[in-house]
Ligand binder design. Structure first.
Ligand SMILES: Nc1ncnc2c1ncn2[C@@H]1O[C@H](COP(=O)(O)OP(=O)(O)OP(=O)(O)O)[C@@H](O)[C@H]1O
Ligand SMILES: CC(=O)N[C@H]1[C@@H]2OC[C@@H](O2)[C@@H](O)[C@@H]1O[C@H](C)C(=O)O
Length: 381
């Protein structure tokens, strides 16, 4: 059962009749591939500029909730485990959203259970109408389907937000944003171009597995969720043969835009089965950095700053491996942004774009044929 909603409803009616281009406080929520929990963050935005950042919260999944969602990995709408997974996702989001006041609009990503853009499509568990009814707020959700329907990868979607951030930071030359979640994704941005839709403004794609393989290893060998700080990886040595085999994977020879399912590199663990815990962790961590370096070869022009967001930036072994391979690697927190909340903030920004009818992806971010606005809006009953 969702807790009572404390959202200030007196403000909502006003928000809904506001001019579409007026800035709104939007609550964005993301449940990422690592299944640690729900990130929620407020952004003041008109869907073009990022004007301010508001409060944020993290709502971890309990062990039983995580197991229920994980049982739905690989499942498609209508498959038996999906209903239970979606109910957990919806309840957790309602619970965390209820902690915020003065929300005018919600951006709800949901939890990706399966992603096969060239085949069955993409599937995020969680129904935006359930949230809209429970919260009494308009909710933008189902951000990826329209892009996939038009031939796009449906991911990554954060790049239009990265473009807005590049401009907010006052950058005057190309820079890149790297997200190190369960999967990695990289966005090259030219902030001199005012619109993310302008040809040459962006190039984005998933780099490969980031934290997911090392998390899986830690779970399997040590019963731990992650390699805290990268300590285990730092005590080992990467295995060159495994790295070479990894880099021979067909994914690295695909030209971007391209995207990955969390489990796309599931076969990595058997490849390190013969290694000690430390060497296996070092190898999987190095592999994530090598994948990013391969990705950077696709940049249309050199960059001097690579801003790293996502939980992987807290892994010292991963950051050291990246710095050894690429110039300009910085923890994005050093710029004043919040590397833990970037994806949640992105879905706030994208929700504001959907509300205004603006595109959320384009040929150079998802490979979609033409710029497209994903997302549907559900209204409170
Ligand atoms: N202190 C830490 N030390 C090492 N690794 C960490 C630390 N904190 C987080 N991580 C790693 O970051 C992961 C979580 O990152 P994040 O929250 O960015 O992923 P996500 O949003 O769930 O995934 P995705 O971006 O792929 O959807 C954890 O599962 C862990 O592997
Ligand atoms: C299908 C899906 O949910 N993909 C996620 C995943 O996690 C990271 C990477 O793979 C990225 O493509 C995407 O998430 C971010 C938020 C995005 O769409 O930009």
């Amino acid at each position: 059962m969702a807790p009572p909603c404390i959202i200030d409803r007196s403000r909502i009616a006003g928000a809904q009749v506001k001019e579409k281009d007026e800035p709104l406080w939007v609550l964005g929520m993301m449940s990422g591939t690592s299944l640690d929990g729900v990130d929620a963050a407020m952004v003041l935005t008109d869907g073009i500029r990022v004007l301010d950042f508001g409060p944020h919260a993290f709502r971890p999944y309990a062990e039983a909730e995580r197991a229920t969602i994980a049982a739905g990995f690989g499942a498609w709408p209508g498959d038996p485990p999906v209903r239970a997974a979606a109910e957990v996702v919806e309840a957790a989001h309602v619970e965390v959203a209820s902690r915020f006041a003065d929300v005018a609009l919600v951006g709800f990503h949901g939890q990706t259970l399966a992603h096969d853009p060239g085949g069955r499509g993409t599937h995020q568990a969680g129904d935006g109408q359930v949230l809209a009814s429970a919260l009494g707020l308009p909710v933008v959700w189902d951000f990826r389907s329209a892009d996939v329907a038009l031939g796009g990868q449906g991911a990554p979607l954060v790049p239009f937000f990265h473009h807005a951030l590049g401009r907010r930071l006052g950058a005057t030359e190309p820079l890149a944003f790297l997200n190190l979640g369960g999967v990695g994704n990289l966005t090259w941005v030219d902030p001199r171009l005012t619109s993310p839709e302008a040809p040459g403004a962006l190039l984005a794609f998933d780099t490969g597995p980031a934290n997911a393989p090392v998390n899986d290893l830690m779970q399997e060998r040590r019963g731990q969720a992650l390699d805290e700080g990268g300590a285990l990886a730092l005590s080992g040595r990467p295995d060159a043969e495994v790295i070479a085999r990894f880099l021979a994977s067909p994914y690295f020879f695909k030209v971007p835009p391209k995207s990955l399912d969390r489990n796309a590199f599931h076969d990595l663990l058997p490849w390190v089965a013969h290694l000690s815990d430390a060497d296996a962790a070092a190898t999987l961590t190095q592999a994530a950095a090598e994948a990013v370096a391969r990705g950077a070869e696709h940049f249309p022009a050199p960059i001097s700053r690579l801003l790293v967001a996502g939980g992987g930036r807290l892994n010292a072994a991963l950051m050291a491996a990246l710095r050894a391979k690429l110039p300009g690697v910085e923890d994005i927190d050093a710029t004043g942004l919040n590397g833990d909340m970037l994806e949640a903030q992105a879905f706030a920004y994208l929700a504001a774009r959907v509300r205004r009818g603006l595109p959320t992806s384009g040929p150079m971010t998802t490979g979609v044929r033409a710029s497209v606005g994903g997302g549907q809006i559900s209204w409170p009953d």
